[in-house]
Ligand binder design. Structure first.
Ligand code: RIB
Ligand code: CA
Length: 340
């Protein structure tokens, strides 16, 4: 029986590959796509989602979501307006696909999420691969959806990695309050932070093999992967200035991660890969997860308490992934995107 999934995203090149993977794998029944302000403003992330749906000749509905973070950057130290993305990032404004001739649904994504989950039998999984604004707003409107979401797989955060600042990953950095609302909710969560996604990179050589599969999806995906790899090669314009937080001199630091610049992560697609085959994640630990929302140097940082120091009063509602099987992930991409 295929897994019912709703994908909340901010396309975004890796979001686009996540959408295609969800559409191609028979174990996923993609019910809907909801879009959010993130990599780009929501008119653009919605246009990009529609372009992928059109490209895939799919009937999956797209619902446009929130335009701004929940707490619009009123905290001192936060810049007004849109999330603080770097210029010349690996996404671009619009995906290299024909302009969408299809349109989004009339209903706002947040109201759609509330209605869909409340009407459900609790058998729908939610994959969130952008800022968590839509889900947080839905929780505020109808807290009971927390008991109706089968499982939430979230690409976000970094236990040792950061890419939007020296301390935070982009999806949580773009709307820290939304991330905190979701982390504080009882929704069963699997969080795939940069620690896992950066251990499931695709190499330039593998990307050429992906391209050579020759299907439209494989060629399109490989074009975006190459852009991600090329972007990371340029020292000062990395994906979001990805930084691995080294604690020099420790064994952990030496073992932590060796980044070769011939590869790139496809962060969001790993969330779908986990829903297809959870064994793609090789290390998963229970944790209480909190988010820094104080607008200081750690604004938006995920704090994973693996030592369960709050066990006396806070139930564990999250599992945090710390490692992944890159070969299994890349094989899954090949298997699905190479299908005629
Ligand atoms: O930090 C990676 C995340 O930020 C991905 O979801 C990517 O699409 C961007 O939104
Ligand atoms: Ca994303």
């Amino acid at each position: 029986m295929a897994k019912k999934v709703i994908l909340d995203c901010d396309p975004g090149s890796d979001d686009a590959i996540a959408i295609m993977l969800a559409m191609k794998d028979p174990s996923i029944d993609l019910l809907a796509i909801t879009t959010v302000n993130g990599n780009r403003i929501v008119p653009k992330t919605t246009e990009n989602a529609l372009r992928v749906v059109q490209f895939m000749k799919s009937k999956v509905p797209v619902y446009r979501g929130c335009e701004n973070p929940i707490f619009c950057n009123e905290i001192p130290g936060r810049k007004p307006g849109l999330p603080r993305v770097t210029l010349n990032d690996c996404h671009g404004d619009f995906l290299p696909l024909p302009e969408a001739r299809i349109t989004a649904e009339k209903e706002h994504a947040v109201f759609f999420l509330v209605k869909k989950f409340m009407e459900s039998d609790g058998d729908i999984s939610l994959a969130s691969v952008g800022p968590l604004t839509n889900i947080a707003m839905a929780l505020r409107i109808e807290p009971r959806i927390a008991g109706k979401i089968k499982e939430m797989v979230i690409m976000g955060g970094g236990h040792t990695g950061a890419n939007a600042s020296a301390a935070a990953e982009f999806n949580f950095y773009a709307d820290p309050e939304a991330a905190k609302i979701v982390m504080d909710s009882p929704i069963p969560k699997v969080i795939l932070p940069l620690d896992a996604t950066w251990r499931a990179c695709i190499t330039e050589e593998q990307n050429q093999e992906l391209h050579d599969l020759g299907t439209p999806e494989a060629i399109f995906a490989s074009t975006m992967v190459q852009k991600r790899i090329d972007n990371l090669k340029v020292n000062d314009v990395s994906e979001h200035n990805f930084q691995l937080r080294h604690t020099p001199g420790t064994v952990a630091s030496a073992l932590l991660y060796r980044y070769d610049n011939d590869r790139a992560p496809i962060h969001d697609a790993l969330a779908i890969a986990y829903l297809i085959d959870p064994t793609v994640i090789t290390e998963l630990a229970d944790a209480n997860v909190d988010i820094d929302t104080y607008g200081g140097p750690c604004d938006g940082r995920m704090v994973a308490d693996f030592h369960n120091t709050k066990k006396f009063w806070d139930p564990i509602t999250a599992k945090v992934a710390l490692n992944a099987d890159a070969e299994k992930f890349v094989e899954m991409l090949f298997r699905n995107l190479g299908k005629k």
